[in-house]
Ligand binder design. Structure first.
Ligand SMILES: NC(=O)c1ccc[n+]([C@@H]2O[C@H](COP(=O)([O-])OP(=O)(O)OC[C@H]3O[C@@H](n4cnc5c(N)ncnc54)[C@H](O)[C@@H]3O)[C@@H](O)[C@H]2O)c1
Length: 386
């Protein structure tokens, strides 16, 4: 096998910047068959000193505060865009136009128009594009999809997708970019519901129309005193308004005729990453909870009523599980999903054809989020038009 190196860069070094960087480093450990070895050539981060610190700790060859230097750097062949949502469009389009393959975080901008602009730039320049919809990479989620597609639960009738978290529940959670419409977009819609839409589509196909209700439960937060990363606390600072949604509840009609409920909330006290789904069919059901990532609840058979639910521990036959553990019921973690995502992105680059998530998936998800916003404003059912 001929192995070549691929110069990669990371733009925005908060939580996701770190996770993408570690995923690049780990891909050759888990996927030695990949004929590409990522080399960390540049990191861009606007907070003074943060890029240098990342370079020192993770081994990037260079550090800058200006992402435009990354776009102009001929050593960089692929870029992770892990900066806040409001920068996705500008940076994503610029990187694609500069001929860089693009691994960009969800939700890809603030609106479907933003996601579409990045998708168009990727298509026009012929680079590969991948999006951070990591939950579909869980081997158990892939197993669930296979099981549904094989008709093991009969015809899908309805599903529930939930994404409940407490990351914004603390009243002293700082007023970061996440809570501003201009920089964070539609709040929990982009943060969590975007993942839910992708999971729903991955399992059940396209969403035809939806109706939604949204709410803000923590209307004011304290402005942070300095630079933030992740979910920083602030107290005593000047209060400012939360401009985007804490909660969305949504009814879905799939193109298949199946019905769904999607609910996402970022201020759910008592819920830590309670992400998952229940999919019901005419003969069975399949259930998944992110916090027990390698388990599926499966009910199948011909019992219909009182039919038991079994716990299935997925193993090496499911998705990319075999790249991590040799037997079922060995735990995998969140970061492993990003290693799988990095592998699929790099495999797309190596083979010149998409493998895994694409910008098209981001456009579909963003179109559903736009439809949720419109529905919440008008109180009507809205078609999802990617
Ligand atoms: N896939 C997932 O599960 C997942 C999880 C969390 C976040 N995300 C997404 O990842 C993105 C980043 O989220 P995060 O949690 O890492 O946020 P974060 O606040 O921890 O990190 C963002 C970083 O970008 C930097 N930045 C801001 N402006 C910049 C600029 N002009 N140039 C370079 N760097 C800049 C910030 O200083 C910060 O260090 C968001 O789009 C978010 O939706 C995805």
């Amino acid at each position: 096998m001929v192995v070549r190196t691929l110069g990669v860069a990371v733009v925005g070094f908060g939580w996701m910047g770190r996770v993408h960087t570690q995923a690049y480093a780990r891909v050759p450990h888990h996927f030695p068959q990949l004929p590409l070895r990522p080399r960390l050539v540049a990191v861009a981060e606007e907070v003074p000193g943060r890029a240098e610190e990342a370079a020192e700790r993770f081994g990037f060859a260079s550090a800058t505060r200006d992402w435009r230097e990354v776009a102009a750097d001929p050593r960089v062949e692929a870029v992770s865009v892990t900066a806040p949502n409001f920068l996705h469009r500008e940076i994503g389009v610029a990187m694609a136009e500069a001929g860089k393959h693009l691994w960009i975080e969800k939700p890809v901008g603030l609106t479907a128009a933003d996601a579409r602009a990045v998708a168009d730039a990727v298509a026009a320049s012929g680079v590969q594009g991948a999006v951070g919809f990591n939950y579909r990479n869980a081997p158990a989620v892939e197993a669930a999809r296979d099981l549904i597609a094989a008709g093991e639960i009969g015809t899908v009738t309805h599903a529930r997708v939930r994404l409940f978290s407490d990351y914004a529940a603390h009243p002293e959670g700082a007023l970061t970019w996440r809570y501003e419409r201009a920089r964070g977009g539609s709040g929990v819609l982009g943060d969590l519901a975007s993942h839910g839409v992708d999971l729903a589509r991955f399992l059940l196909g396209d969403i035809a129309e939806l109706t939604a209700d949204t709410a803000v439960f923590v209307p004011e937060r304290a402005r942070p005193a300095g630079a933030t990363a992740g979910h920083t606390r602030a107290s005593g600072g000047e209060l400012g308004p939360v401009e985007n949604e804490d909660y969305v509840g949504c009814l879905l009609r799939f193109a298949s005729g199946a019905r769904g409920v999607l609910e996402a909330c970022r201020v759910s006290v008592g819920e830590q990453n309670n992400y998952g789904f229940e999919v019901h069919g005419t003969r069975g059901a399949v259930l998944w909870d992110f916090r027990r990532m390698n388990e599926l609840g499966v009910s199948r058979g011909t019992g219909y009523q009182d039919q038991p639910v079994s716990t299935v521990y997925v193993g090496p036959g499911a998705g990319e599980y075999a790249a991590f553990q040799p037997g079922a019921a060995n735990a995998m973690g969140y970061d492993d999903l990003k290693v799988i995502e990095a592998y699929r992105f790099l495999r797309s680059v190596a083979e010149g054809t998409p493998y895994g998530t694409t910008l098209g998936d981001a456009v579909h998800s963003a179109a559903a989020l736009d439809a949720m916003t419109r529905s919440a404003e008008t109180g009507t059912w809205v078609s999802v038009r990617p």
